[in-house]
Design a protein around this ligand. Structure first.
Ligand SMILES: [Zn+2]
Length: 375
């Protein structure tokens, strides 16, 4: 009972701390969690990738048996409130009819509170055979910046299994596509609009490149659950004014890729395909992830969650990407499940809420999972 109550109370505390990204300002919430974990016996390492943009890795040592650690990970930043007015206070975390309202209740302060509470509860018990590692990342919503920084600074330590607590209504999700976001630039020579023959039109070059991307079909096989790799041109900008030949244009490309689709190969392939007239630059590079359900860790997750969700899970992927794109390779590809409280359709919505029951269920499952992993 105290596990449940504490998970809800901690979610409320986190929702009341504004971590909307931009600007982010995760430090207050992360320090709060760090203090709670330190008091429970965790060793903490903070990492700031920019002022106030703090991430945290906390580790509780198990008995020295060599059994690899179990890691729980998530992000503490949220998206902004959006243009539409909320009918509820987004920072009050009011509970009404079993729903807690507020920005980040679903995505994903409920999930973070659930695993922090479960880990603190476990720290009160005799030591298990495995370390418990918690990752609380800043700056996920704008491209997993916080976790990338943790990986780069090599302060994640090691882990042999991972749970990403993003909202899945506590249904275990086996992976998701990757995202490769690119900016493509073309240059020309400007001239007066009345004498275009004296210039080179950068927008025409961009238009030709965009037409080629529209016809592009990736040659990688479709993933049984995630489908095909796709590509979309999202924005175009260029030109100085109406009556000049533009000497510069750029557009952005959003490629969503199946896990086996190698991003460096896409990048060089695209540069060759579009020709020397364009420059392709990487903005965000997150590889897709997938774990087979036959992994013993996943079998354990499914066994624990089946009575709680009332069905035997089948392989499913998520439409969004998560910190797993960064953390899974950084930890050496451990089996990874995405499982957390909240309906994923609620993420980023006006009047975002999370069913309190789901936060309680998640805390209970995380607790059992870490306890059994450490046996
Ligand atoms: Zn999220």
């Amino acid at each position: 009972l105290s596990l449940h109550k504490n998970a809800l109370e901690l979610t409320r505390e986190l929702v009341r701390m504004d971590t909307m990204n931009p600007p982010g300002a995760e430090e207050e919430a992360v320090s709060h969690l760090g203090r709670l974990l330190e008091n429970a016996g965790f060793r903490t390492t903070y990492s700031e990738y920019a002022p106030g943009r703090t991430s945290l890795v906390a580790r509780l040592s198990g008995a020295p048996t060599g059994k690899p650690a179990i890691c729980f990970a998530g992000h503490i930043d949220t998206v902004p409130l959006g243009a539409r007015a909320w009918t509820r206070d987004p920072f009050a975390a009011d509970i009404n009819n079993g729903k807690m309202y507020g920005r980040g209740t679903t995505d994903m302060k409920g999930g973070v509170a659930a695993y922090v509470t479960a880990a603190i509860e476990l720290a009160r018990k005799p030591r298990g055979k495995a370390d418990i590692v918690l990752v609380i990342a800043a700056g996920e919503e704008t491209g997993c910046t916080g976790s990338a920084h943790l990986a780069q600074r090599k302060i994640l330590g090691s882990a042999g299994a991972m749970v990403i607590a993003e909202p899945t209504s506590n249904y275990p999700i086996m992976g998701h596509k990757g995202a490769l976001w690119l900016e493509v630039e073309t240059v020309g020579i400007t001239a007066h609009g009345s004498m275009p023959e004296l210039g080179v039109n950068a927008i025409y070059k961009a238009a030709r490149a965009i037409s080629k991307i529209e016809k592009l079909e990736f040659e990688v096989a479709a993933h049984p659950q995630l489908g095909r790799s796709t590509v979309n041109v999202g924005t175009v900008t260029g030109g100085l004014n109406l009556n000049s030949v533009p000497d510069q244009a750029q557009f952005t490309v959003d490629a969503r890729t199946v896990p086996e689709h190698d991003h460096p190969r896409i990048l060089t392939g695209l540069q060759t395909y579009l020709g020397e007239d364009v420059t392709v630059k990487r903005i965000v590079d997150l590889q897709g992830v997938w774990t087979e359900m036959s992994e013993p860790f996943i079998e354990l997750v499914c066994r624990l969650i089946t009575p709680m969700i009332g069905e035997i899970p089948t392989p499913r992927g998520a439409p969004y990407f998560t910190d797993a794109s960064v953390l899974k390779p950084a930890y050496g590809e451990p089996p990874t499940v995405i499982l957390g409280p909240g309906d994923m359709r609620m993420a980023h919505q006006t009047d975002e809420y999370c069913e309190t029951r789901e936060i309680e269920t998640a805390a209970a499952v995380y607790y059992d999972l870490a306890r059994i992993w450490g046996e």
